[in-house]
Design a protein around this ligand. Structure first.
Ligand SMILES: [Fe+2]
Ligand SMILES: [Fe+2]
Length: 341
């Protein structure tokens, strides 16, 4: 049996427990198949959560993931607001939330699909923080890091942009290109975040350094310090997760790119900017996630990804009709512009 919120209840699900009215009368019996009119009646009666019988394992994982995601989102919102008001961080609470996300990355095998479904749930800064946390955990798993390290990666991902709460929302949400002065303001967020974290008790040094350095690049082109060469491992992982989530999201100043285009951007950045070892593991795995998925090509044709070349994972073979295949490895002018759910 599973407790779910009424706003995520779908017609066809079966009730797992009797529902009574406030004065004790049976409203709906266990086993009732939910219909559209029930949903309205729940809303009218102020019923916010019900028990349903467990359907397929897929429904169960999706729900659990969404709940974990929503809980983390609520936490991110509250600690960011508190940070803005000058209150220090409840380190333990964030750690507990990251542990729940760690479990999700273990139990959900199509994490990218789940992440796509969660996009646009809330303000970009909040969902982005949860996404970068999840992606950093995922990369840690792929790199076979131990769980303690992975937890720190998740913390670093969740906190990486906390300094943005001190930047004017007019600049953060500006549609269109920033002026050089506005970009200078944005560039302060790693230091502002780091300074805030250093005031909190028990903050882990690796986590704080990742927050400070997540925009540094190996060739010295990053900020805030423009360090060249050695970048903290935690910052390097968060940087890859951050770039991937940023370019695959709808932001105020740019439309979102497909995961394939995002993986190609990461690949280009791995020559001199991002850690090539981390990008490589990400690049190889991301493209393989979409075998069997429906996609849209730049010529507007729809098709299904049927084969991934190991040497060029972002240029797979796509079946666009019965017995019609397009091998993107041999069609340089074509690209996958969208992945459909
Ligand atoms: Fe950032
Ligand atoms: Fe970010």
């Amino acid at each position: 049996m599973l407790k779910i919120r009424v706003n995520t209840l779908k017609p066809g699900m079966k009730l797992g427990k009797d529902i009574f009215t406030y004065d004790g009368k049976l409203l709906l019996a266990k086993g009732t198949v939910i219909a559209e009119e029930h949903l309205k009646s729940f809303a009218n009666r102020g019923i916010s959560e019900v028990y349903i019988m467990e359907a397929s394992p897929q429904v169960r994982t999706t729900k659990k993931f969404e709940e974990a995601f929503d809980d983390s989102l609520d936490l991110v919102k509250s600690f960011m607001l508190e940070a803005k008001l000058g209150q220090s961080l409840d380190h333990k609470e964030i750690e507990a939330s990251v542990e729940v996300l760690q479990q999700q990355v273990f139990s959900v095998n199509d994490i990218f699909k789940h992440l796509r479904l969660m996009k646009d749930k809330d303000d970009y800064l909040f969902t982005h923080s949860v996404n970068v946390s999840l992606l950093s955990i995922l990369i840690g798993r792929w790199l076979k890091c131990e769980e303690g390290i992975i937890k720190k990666l998740g913390m670093a991902g969740m906190l990486h942009d906390i300094g943005k709460v001190y930047i004017s929302s007019d600049i953060l949400n500006k549609p269109g290109k920033l002026t050089p002065e506005e970009f200078e303001e944005i560039k302060k967020h790693p230091i502002l975040g780091y300074n805030f974290l250093m005031q909190s008790e028990d903050i882990d040094d690796d986590v704080a350094r990742a927050v400070l350095m997540h925009h540094e690049r190996l060739d010295g082109s990053g900020y805030p310090m423009g360090v060249r060469g050695k970048i903290n491992f935690f910052a390097s992982v968060v940087a890859v997760a951050d770039v991937y989530d940023a370019v695959t999201s709808n932001r105020t100043y740019a439309g979102k790119l497909s995961p394939y285009a995002a993986a190609d951007i990461l690949w280009e950045e791995s020559f001199g900017k991002l850690d090539p070892k981390i990008v490589k593991v990400f690049y190889d795995r991301v493209a393989n996630f979409y075998v069997g998925n429906e996609v849209v090509l730049s010529n507007n044709k729809r098709g299904v990804v049927v084969y991934v070349h190991q040497t060029q994972p972002t240029r797979p073979i796509v079946m666009v009709g019965e017995n019609e295949f397009i091998n993107l490895a041999e069609e340089p002018d074509l690209a996958i512009v969208e992945v459909l759910d």
